[in-house]
Design a protein around this ligand. Sequence first.
Ligand SMILES: [Ca+2]
Length: 133
Amino acid sequence: MAGMGCTFQPVSGDICFHDFLPIMVQKIGQEDFMKELCSGFRMLADPRTNTITIPSLKKNARRLGLEGMTDQEFREMISQGDIDGDGVLSEKEFCVLMIRSSPALLAQAETWLLDALDEELMECMEESSEDDN
Ligand SMILES: [Ca+2]
């Protein structure tokens, strides 16, 4: 992650994913960016359920330098993204959360991002999910 200008330090619930998202898009392009999001999901998810849970976050957070986060912060992260309210993050919820958490990215790239989301997520979800709804 060197050179991303982000140390992933959580600042009172405001996770420092934000800053590098637009940079990543510029650097690697939108298609690869979506792949990165999906692979980020896989890094954090519980492979048995293919969802991000508080235990899976805690277990995998170290890889992302997030080991300083508290249970409360993990819970907030999940509840912020938990669109369907089942208490865990699906791949789509995770990607939407990451994108929503970057106002700069949203402002700059809303249109293509929504398109890319649809396409890439369909692919991601076809690959990895059988429990869609
Ligand atoms: Ca959910």
